[in-house]
Design a protein around this ligand. Sequence first.
Ligand SMILES: [Zn+2]
Length: 142
Amino acid sequence: MLSTLNIGQLGNLSKRQKSKDMVPLKHINLIDIENLSEINPCFLLNFKVKSQTKDEFYSINLQLYTDDIIKITSKCKVECNCKDFIFRCSYELWKRNTLVSNYEYIKPPKKSSGISVCYHVYSVIKYVQLIGTITELKKTIK
Ligand SMILES: [Zn+2]
């Protein structure tokens, strides 16, 4: 198994490289932060992100291997329940041990475009880097 990607690598995967291409901040809602381990600092963050095209929300999970300060070298696993993530992104991320859940139904996409993340995961990663620490993120829970 290849090693898990870090947050800096994940933030560079999307074709959308500019901060203006992010989901607007008001559409990114942090729902919960769960501390998964006291020994090896690890947090599970659940976000709801409003769709930019439809009247619906997507659920994004980030499993972040970090102490309080989030660094670009912090290992990170991701998942989103949008179709783009499930059908285009999940397989390559699963191969890199970078998927939160271990889906058994994952199949290689018909046309592989290499490793990438959906718009929602990209935006959430930029959001987490912008806020910078677990302490400050907790204050944004809605
Ligand atoms: Zn998505």
